[in-house]
Design a protein around this ligand. Structure first.
Ligand code: ADP
Ligand code: ZN
Length: 733
């Protein structure tokens, strides 16, 4: 028989409360006066403190009953649904993350326990003031135009073009009414029937299929594949429309906050209002509003970063993961989860649909579609006149280039043609900063970070050297720190800033825009710059990886890749896949509107199979070959991997633990898994901590997580030793 958990606890009943504190168990408390629901958000005493928790089930009763304390209060917010409780538990089991850390992910909004926060709003009063001034007249006119609706002080003063004291004065006279109103209000209603575009046949077929899937109110995942510009967004917005029409909520995940502004406009055009936003650029007050409104159903559509997956949706019916191949969906510190995979897990628990959209899907998703686990929809052509750009290699072995310059004569000519035609060109290099290496010409010393095994990267824009591992910066030295020779330090190799310098010298007339994630103080500034460029505010764009991510530059007709070979170096399992995706994404920036585009890739190895696959555009061949190699090696997606990263300030200690783990691997051998290492991590020291890696390899379908737990459990971490377990590691640094 199945044991049914009661969903309500009477006053005084024993309840188990999961808190956000790092404890390894659920604690017993007594339900407060009036009782509480399963999933209720509560405040409980813990030692001398009050902490946030969730009623996770009945109490265990294994704690001295006379010492069990009472829940202090139940917070004024909807209880966590069993769907979310179950999602957190299973995601925690999968990623081997302790539950308090999972709960913290689900409560990342401040002041959840505070009484509803209020703000002053203003509407038209009943009397006109005796003395009328111009300013006063403007305020009253604005309010009259609002037809009974209210405004905040700031909105009203700004719209009327007056200082806030004018409004305050009118309020005192009763000509304007001042009222308290809750801050956390529902988002404007989205209308699924507002204004869809006329879809092409291809798009119409795909959207009908997705609509049908959403209407079924069951779980399913669809890989929506189509070149950049083929209308994937248009198609999945139809799935969103169906979801809203069903009265359910939808979530769209985007890999990059800078992408949201364009997306918000498109939602506004399609549904007549903007959705709720959830990402690091959103203020704390707005975060709380989004959190509360997803729980109450006052947010129909949320667009956000990966952590939006942990919002307390009331009835989630659809999750779209746009640019699903993007590496930023994997969280690389704290809880190590992959939002794409977790989206599939959550959807399967709450009977929702998942749409994974990409022009260049990950091999994982490609294999799942091939195996029939995911449905597949493909949009074959670009919308309207736009076609995929022409792709060519520039064989750098034949180009004459002086030292310390990177734009080949062939590429220069191509850029010049675009400038002459008043079209935009983009030069792409996947490296931030000015130069990756600073070397002393006198002694050969390379300037490194004191805390990491990494060279410091010159950022001329910041006028500093920066460690890309730990973020440490220092001023550009004029004297070599090793031999003390003066003025002999030289920059070696190109970064995006140096490329911009070269481009400006070659094309002095061109208006340059440099797009690199570290050059913008805020997401807002970056958004603004992207909009300016899209509107034609620059002739030549110099950019890093940032430009590969779906921005729309309609005037762009040429993409020049400075170093197509860059990503192929190194031993990363996904080097070929990543290079293939990145090059195709970057190339896809060109020719999105009426004019045909061209992509030119500078390479020293045009005959390399990956470069050849990129140029030929024969994706199926590339994926088949790549899948074949991975299958033969038994690595993801045809086998399982887990990374163990040990770190400590004491190098001996990390290696001792690593060796001990490798020797005592019986729990792993029992499931046929193998452990490799310990080996120094590719970056063997970060922030002064020595890092050692072990890699566990198992075949698909083995119960890897429990075996890992059995394996590491006997080892207690002494001193400042730390261990992180990374299931399905994406990066190997
Ligand atoms: P993707 O998401 O595949 O890159 P988008 O959905 O962004 O493609 O479409 C590319 C461009 O073409 C957008 O500006 C979009 O508005 C436009 N577009 C796509 N399909 C249609 C359509 N059926 N009618 C009008 N415009 C469309
Ligand atoms: Zn460092």
């Amino acid at each position: 028989m199945m044991a049914l958990t009661s969903s309500y606890f009477d006053a005084g009943a024993l309840v188990g409360v999961l808190t956000t504190q790092p404890l390894d168990r659920v604690l017993d408390y007594r339900a407060p006066e009036g009782g509480c629901h399963l999933g209720a958000f509560v405040e409980v005493p813990l030692g001398p403190r009050k902490v946030l928790g969730v009623v996770w089930g009945p109490g265990k009763g294994d704690y001295d009953i006379s010492r069990v304390r009472s829940v202090i209060r139940v917070l004024d917010t909807a209880p966590m649904r069993e769907e979310l409780m179950s999602f957190l538990t299973r995601a925690g089991d999968y990623t081997l993350t302790p539950m308090p850390a999972m709960l913290r992910l689900a409560t990342r909004a401040p002041g959840l326990g505070d009484p509803p926060s209020m703000r002053k709003i203003y509407r038209l009063g009943d009397t006109d003031p005796e003395r009328m001034t111009d300013a006063r007249r403007r305020v009253l006119a604005v309010l009259r135009d609002m037809g009974g609706l209210s405004l905040t002080l700031k909105e009203l003063a700004e719209t009327a073009g007056v200082t806030s004291s004018v409004v305050k004065g009118l309020a005192k006279l009763g000509a304007v009414r001042e009222e308290d109103s809750p801050r956390d209000t529902p988002f404007p209603t989205l209308d699924p029937a507002h204004a869809g575009k006329d879809l092409t046949d291809d798009q119409a077929t795909a959207s009908a299929t997705l609509r049908g899937a959403v209407a079924s109110r069951t779980y399913g995942t669809t890989l929506l594949k189509g070149v950049t510009g083929s209308g994937k967004t248009e198609v999945y917005l139809e799935a969103v429309a169906e979801c809203l029409a069903q009265g359910r909520q939808a979530l769209v995940l985007l890999p990059e906050i800078a992408l949201t502004s364009e997306f918000l406009m498109r939602v506004d055009a399609r549904f007549g209002a903007k959705p709720a936003e959830w990402h690091s650029g959103v203020t704390m007050t707005d975060r709380r509003r989004v959190w509360k409104m997803t729980a109450q159903g006052g947010a129909q559509l949320v667009v956000g970063a990966r952590s939006a997956l942990f919002l307390p949706f009331r009835d989630l019916g659809l999750i779209v993961v746009d640019e699903e191949h993007d590496t930023s969906y994997k969280q690389e510190d704290g809880v190590l989860y992959n939002a794409r995979d977790m989206a599939v897990l959550r959807a399967s628990i709450c009977d929702a649909q998942v749409v994974l959209a990409s022009a260049t899907p990950s091999l994982e998703s490609w294999a799942n579609a091939d195996a029939g686990k995911y449905a597949r929809l493909t949009l074959t052509s670009r919308f309207g006149a736009a076609v995929m750009p022409d792709m060519h290699a520039i064989d750098m072995r034949n180009e004459k280039l002086p030292g310390s310059s990177w734009i080949s004569p062939a590429l220069q000519r191509a850029v010049q043609r675009r400038l002459d035609n008043k079209e935009q060109a983009l030069l792409f290099i996947n490296r931030r900063g000015y130069a990756p290496v600073t070397i002393c010409r006198a002694c050969g010393h390379q300037i490194g970070c004191e805390h990491c095994d990494a060279r410091m990267v010159e950022h001329r824009f910041l006028k500093r050297l920066v460690c890309h591992q730990c973020g440490e910066t220092k001023p550009l030295p004029t004297v070599c720190p090793s031999c003390e020779a003066e003025d002999r330090l030289a920059a070696v190799g190109p970064g995006v800033e140096r490329l911009a310098e070269e481009a400006q010298t070659l094309f002095p007339e061109a208006r340059l825009a440099v797009l690199s994630s570290d050059m913008f103080g805020s997401a807002r500034a970056l958004k603004a710059e992207i909009e300016t460029i899209a509107a034609g505010g620059a002739d030549l764009i110099i950019g890093t990886q940032l430009v590969a991510k779906g921005h729309n530059f309609p005037l762009l007709t040429l993409v020049g890749v400075i170093d197509a070979d860059l990503g192929l170096q190194g031993s990363d399992l996904r080097a070929a896949e990543r290079t293939f995706q990145l090059m195709r994404q970057v190339a896809g920036r060109a020719g999105r509107a009426e004019k045909a585009g061209q992509a030119l890739m500078q390479t020293f190895q045009p005959e390399h199979p990956v470069i050849r696959a990129i140029l030929s555009g024969d994706e199926q061949d590339f994926w088949n070959a790549e899948a074949g190699e991975r299958r033969a090696a038994g690595v993801p997606p045809y086998g399982r991997l887990a990374g163990i990263i040990l770190s400590s300030t004491d190098v001996q200690e990390v290696f001792d633990l690593g060796n001990a783990l490798a020797r005592n691997d019986a729990p792993l051998r029992r499931i046929g898994a193998k452990v490799f290492g310990p080996a120094p991590a590719p970056i063997a020291r970060v922030r002064g901590r020595h890092r050692v890696r072990l890699l566990v390899k198992a075949s698909k379908g083995t119960p890897l997580q429990p075996a890992l737990m059995d394996w590491v459990a006997p080892f207690k971490l002494k001193g400042d030793l730390r261990m992180a377990i990374d299931i399905d590691p994406q990066s190997f640094y």
